[in-house]
Design a protein around this ligand. Structure first.
Ligand SMILES: [Zn+2]
Length: 83
């Protein structure tokens, strides 16, 4: 984890914006390319809805962008309740 990201993670105000939170996760976790968190398949469907969710084209499991991340463990970082 680089210093810039480290500083960013301490800036909880930043994470009060759901879109910024998701954008950052997309960048650091998947390099802007979402992969299935279960089977690592690269083809996923974007599901419509309040919270951004994905469905794998291969194993058909659904997952959220923050599954298995620190943001699941520390919900206060994402104040708007991504789940
Ligand atoms: Zn999958």
């Amino acid at each position: 984890m680089d210093i810039e990201l480290n500083n960013l993670l301490q800036d909880t105000e930043y994470f009060s914006d759901t879109q910024k939170c998701e954008d950052l996760l997309l960048k650091v976790r998947w390099n802007n390319e979402v992969k299935c968190v279960f089977c690592k398949h690269h083809k996923v469907y974007h599901l419509q809805g309040k919270n951004k969710r994905y469905k794998c084209a291969q194993c058909l499991k659904q997952f959220s962008i923050i599954k298995g991340t620190i943001f699941k463990i520390v919900p206060s970082l994402c104040k708007n309740g991504l789940s």
